[in-house]
Design a protein around this ligand. Structure first.
Ligand SMILES: [Zn+2]
Length: 68
């Protein structure tokens, strides 16, 4: 399960954590500190939405993200 920032499209991968944010690999999104914010745009955790890796392309298409 990945978590995606609704503002900039950054994806939090629990397997990788957030090295820049001092989050160790293997940290579930739920375990992030409440003041953790998107490393790309600074959005709070409430701006993140869980995405299924298999469904992600569908979601991106629906949002007209255009990155892929
Ligand atoms: Zn962001």
């Amino acid at each position: 399960m990945l978590w995606k920032c609704l503002l900039c499209g950054y994806r939090y991968d629990p397997d990788q954590g957030d090295p820049d944010g001092d989050v160790r690999p293997g940290t579930p999104f739920e375990y992030l500190p409440l003041d953790w914010a998107c490393p790309e745009c600074g959005a709070g955790k409430d701006m993140f939405r869980a995405v299924d890796e298999d469904l992600e392309e569908l979601e991106e298409a629906a949002e007209e993200d255009g990155e892929r």
